[in-house]
Design a binder for this molecule. Structure first.
Ligand code: ACO
Length: 383
């Protein structure tokens, strides 16, 4: 017997009302709304509310939600001091994972009810950007910048990280990036979050586990790897030989391919356009180089394997963040700033779903292919 469901591809494990991907048509909906519409008409805060509460907020609800986020955006002095004790070259994802787990110890809170979980969600959505921005300041030997209650979520992060308030255009670009990354059904990190929550562990624990899953280069870590690739390629003339060489060795091109989309990832479409516009404004070469990476990978894939391949969400976010002057190794933590919303919605659904069938503790089965040992020695046998 051999394992049939490697990587659990296509296996249905739970019901969800949070989002849906149509991988054939390249469509993604959050709680019934097309993400392309949300990027045009909504804000990150409105989208976060929608994902958590299954309905777009009224004006009053949105104001209250924003005000709760604003109240929760600070982190304690003790946390800031603790950050100063970390090695300055520590990976920001490791730091984020540790501090999110530590939130459970810094704040004395009730965990058990659904209502308490919404408060936890707000605390996490508010504090993840502050933790990342504070770490950026600490490792650069700069003073931490406190959140500004007059700024929205996207602008606040950029402000706390750089000390400068972004203009409206940059704020809108970053806000759109946050909307696009907020949720994506049972991706690797969300599944981890749900799995941990299925044991009845609390939200900080499930979220820190999800951050660990996001950090890997086949998942959220790909956006940092894309930027490293672009820098290594360096010039547009170097794209074709570079990609051909890597693909002829069977290496993967980061930011290309997806486990579910069999066509263009709708998030990549929006990010591509934002990156094109920003490059036209700044004169940066990174959009043009990224586009050449896309077309060359598509051509090489067709030639080598007769298969189609498309960009995923990480391809154009890398150059976009670079042009926004965000340090390259913060690309994946920024993914977490947004995806923490999806994780929280899934953790709440996993723990408190009212509709049948109710979720159960995840416990898949493994196929043992190891040895059997006795007095005569060990042998491998297939059962
Ligand atoms: N570059 C080159 N070849 C690729 C790539 C790629 N990026 N992606 C898939 N392939 C090839 C594989 O080598 C494989 O070839 P084979 O059939 O000859 O062995 C074939 O396409 C299918 O590969 P799978 O891994 O089975 O495809 P899957 O759809 O499961 O993989 C994945 C999805 C893991 C994302 C893959 O495309 C990949 O590794 N991409 C690069 C990493 C990346 O960008 N990850 C971010 C994904 S989006 C997100 O998580 C936020």
């Amino acid at each position: 017997m051999e394992t049939k469901n490697i990587g659990l591809r296509g296996i249905e494990v739970a019901d969800t009302r949070i989002s849906n991907i149509d991988g054939e048509k390249g469509k993604l909906i959050y709680r019934g709304y097309d993400i392309l519409e949300l990027t045009k008409r909504s804000s990150f805060e409105e989208t976060a509310y929608l994902l958590l509460h299954d309905a777009l907020p009224t004006k009053e609800q949105l104001l209250e939600f924003k005000s709760k986020l604003s109240d929760a955006r600070w982190i304690t002095k003790r946390m800031q001091i603790n950050m100063g004790n970390w090695r300055k070259d520590a990976d920001p994802m490791d730091m984020l994972q540790a501090f999110v787990a530590a939130l459970a110890g810094y704040y004395d809170e009730e965990f058990a009810t659904k209502e308490a979980s919404y408060d936890r969600a707000i605390n996490l959505i508010a504090k993840v950007p502050t933790i990342i921005a504070s770490w950026q300041r600490v490792r650069d030997g700069l003073d931490i910048v406190d959140p500004d209650p007059n700024l929205d979520h996207a602008a606040n992060f950029l402000y706390m990280m750089s000390g400068e308030k972004p203009d409206d255009e940059i704020e809108k670009i970053f806000d759109t990036c946050l909307i696009l990354h907020a949720e994506h059904t049972f991706n690797a990190s969300t599944f981890v979050a749900r799995q941990v929550a299925s044991t009845r562990a609390h939200m900080y624990s499930a979220t820190s586990a999800a951050i660990g899953a996001l950090s890997g280069e086949l998942h959220g870590g790909a956006n940092t790897e894309v930027m490293k690739m672009l820098l290594e390629i360096g010039t547009i003339d170097n794209v074709v030989p570079w990609i051909k060489e890597k693909m002829s060795k069977g290496e993967r091109i980061m930011g290309m391919g997806h486990a579910v989309y069999k066509t263009y990832d709708p998030r990549a479409q929006v990010l591509k356009e934002l990156s094109r516009k920003l490059a036209a404004k700044t004169g940066d070469p990174w959009y043009a180089i990224t586009e050449k990476v896309e077309t060359t990978t598509i051509e090489e894939m067709k030639k080598q394997k007769g298969k189609d391949i498309y960009p995923n969400v990480d391809l154009y976010s890398a150059s976009l963040y670079y042009m926004l002057k965000i340090p390259m190794d913060l690309n994946t933590p920024i993914f977490a700033i947004s995806r923490v919303v999806g994780w929280a919605a899934h953790i709440i659904e996993e723990k408190f779903a009212e509709a049948a069938p109710k979720p159960a503790l995840y416990r898949p089965k493994a196929v043992y292919v190891g040895k059997y040992c006795g007095p005569e020695g060990c042998e491998y046998k297939s059962l």
